[in-house]
Design a protein around this ligand. Sequence first.
Ligand SMILES: CC(C)(COP(=O)(O)OP(=O)(O)OC[C@H]1O[C@@H](n2cnc3c(N)ncnc32)[C@H](O)[C@@H]1OP(=O)(O)O)[C@@H](O)C(=O)NCCC(=O)NCCS
Length: 177
Amino acid sequence: MSVLIRPERSVDEPDTFEVNRLAFPTPFEAELVNRLRTAVTAERGPWISLVAEDAQAIVGHILFTEVILSRDGEDVGRAWGLAPMAVRPEGQRRGVGSALVRAGLERCRDSDLGAVFVLGHPEYYPRFGFQPTEAFGIRWEQNVPPEVFMGVELVEGTLAAWRGAEVRYRPEITDAD
Ligand SMILES: CC(C)(COP(=O)(O)OP(=O)(O)OC[C@H]1O[C@@H](n2cnc3c(N)ncnc32)[C@H](O)[C@@H]1OP(=O)(O)O)[C@@H](O)C(=O)NCCC(=O)NCCS
């Protein structure tokens, strides 16, 4: 696999849209990426958007934005939320998604946020170190089967310190329907 993983540039935005549009059943995620980009740029908030480039074509994309942890109505921490990620259908199952997750986690490690959360396939993300947050008494703000909400520490002890907390994604992710 000779795929290059690199930060998304403005010129890539239409290709990023297309990758997400093709990978998901509806354009929701493709449009979500644009909504998030606009909102986070305006706030100058944390943003990690990487693309996978194969022979000058964008074949995959992964996005990390900030999530807030709160306990008893009080914010107790900030972390990364991985959402969404996508690989063009014809390019799937060749390791592109894995390369995006690994490179993304490396970038997250360079930040001052102590963990990454993801809502996703329970068979996929544990291979990168994610584990269900139920073990740490951390839950997503919405009710989902416990195995689909996972986290990985970037700084040892972070998840344990957030026991009992609830994770809140950006409103563009959770308020949209
Ligand atoms: C999930 C996705 C990004 C993975 O990208 P990828 O390049 O195919 O991933 P890799 O090649 O690194 O890994 C392939 C592995 O992913 C897992 N996988 C892929 N899609 C999966 C799915 N829908 N459910 C569970 N596991 C899945 C499989 O275990 C597969 O391993 P296998 O080939 O041994 O069966 C890609 O399949 C995709 O774009 N899917 C549609 C969009 C999506 O569901 N995004 C994730 C939202 S959380």
